[in-house]
Design a protein around this ligand. Structure first.
Ligand code: AVI
Length: 322
């Protein structure tokens, strides 16, 4: 696989985001996109196997069951781009179905290099596939993929795993509208979205018994230590999952167990914590089925069809650029 590597200002952006998030008045925060270094990507892979976290398996089940039907609905030569490919495991079904029809170019866009490497290992045995990976933020990567488009070729974008849920709702619409802005009419987007479910089920999914999600969350502090030279004492922070009914989301926080101060040299800050104060690290918004159609319409897409998993409420929506 050819990999286009990330530009070197990423470390500065990380330091700037950490500084801005930890120096905020009121709720401190760190952006969830920084979960996915090598350790975080490996932990997320484990989360996807946990009995409490059915999201990834539901996504994969739908893709496995409906891959042929999805591909049949997309006529002509198609290049496939995936925003956040992860290990690429669940994409195999779709790519195999495309490659049975025609030689297919697959462009995974990932901020995690280790995920790109896993993805290539997982998928390179498929006959008639060519893989070119982009170590980029989603929209930057998609812009580059669009520049690769051959004349007469349609782009089919995958945004799976309910990553859309990690944006707040207005930002989700804006993100989809930005994707739409890069596409041409008739191109398509397959959007995987986790649906609303009981709070007790969500709390178990985001605070599992084994403590893998806790490790995934705490790894963000470990990454700040590793990459920015900070001195977070991981044992002095506790993972917590909270339901936010207003935003219909599950939030993850890291709660300071005592009064403490932490230095982050590369971000040039010393951060003070009082006991019980938290860093908000992620929100996972859950959607109603009809809401996905309305959200897509506001971003300039028509919903062609949806497939719903009954075992773990989750929707795969095929959206066409209007
Ligand atoms: C990647 N994303 C959709 C996952 C989610 O469910 O929000 C990340 C995750 N956070 C905790 N567990 C998994």
């Amino acid at each position: 696989m050819l990999v286009h590597a990330i530009p070197s200002n990423a470390a500065y952006e990380f330091a700037a985001d950490v500084r801005a998030g930890l120096m905020r008045r009121g709720q401190k925060e760190l952006p969830s996109k920084y979960f996915y270094d090598n350790v975080g990507s490996a932990l997320f892979e484990v989360i996807s196997h946990l009995p409490e976290y059915g999201l990834t398996r539901a996504d994969e089940r739908l893709l496995r069951r409906h891959a042929d039907e999805i591909v049949d609905r997309l006529a002509g030569p198609v290049a496939v781009a995936e925003l956040g490919s992860g290990s690429g495991k669940k994409t195999r079904w779709l790519l195999e179905a495309f490659c049975r029809r025609q030689r297919t170019s697959y462009y995974p866009v990932e901020i995690s290099r280790s995920a790109l490497v896993m993805c290539e290992r997982e998928l390179s045995d498929i006959d008639a596939i060519s893989i070119v990976g982009f170590e980029r933020e989603y929209l930057d990567g998609l812009l580059e993929v669009a520049a690769y488009r051959k004349s007469g070729q349609r782009l089919f974008v995958l945004f799976l795993g309910s990553t859309i849920g990690n944006f707040d709702r207005p930002a989700g619409v804006k993100f989809l509208a930005d994707v739409r802005g890069i596409l041409e009419p008739g191109d398509s987007l397959l959007l995987g979205t986790d649906l609303e479910k009981p709070s007790s089920q969500l709390l178990r999914a985001y605070d599992d018994e084994l403590g893998v999600t806790a490790a995934f969350n705490l790894n963000l502090l470990a990454r700040v230590n590793r990459d920015l030279g900070a001195n977070f004492d991981l044992r002095q922070f506790a993972h917590e999952a909270r339901i936010n009914r207003e935003t219909r989301s599950v939030e993850m926080h890291l709660v300071s167990k005592r009064r403490q101060s932490v230095t982050v040299p590369a971000a040039e800050v010393v951060v003070e914590f009082v006991q019980g104060e938290s860093i908000w690290t992620e929100s996972s918004h859950k959607y109603a089925v009809e809401e996905i159609i309305e959200t897509a319409a506001r971003a300039g897409f028509r919903c062609e069809t949806q497939w719903i998993d009954e075992e773990w409420p989750f929707a795969e929506s095929l959206l066409i650029a209007a």
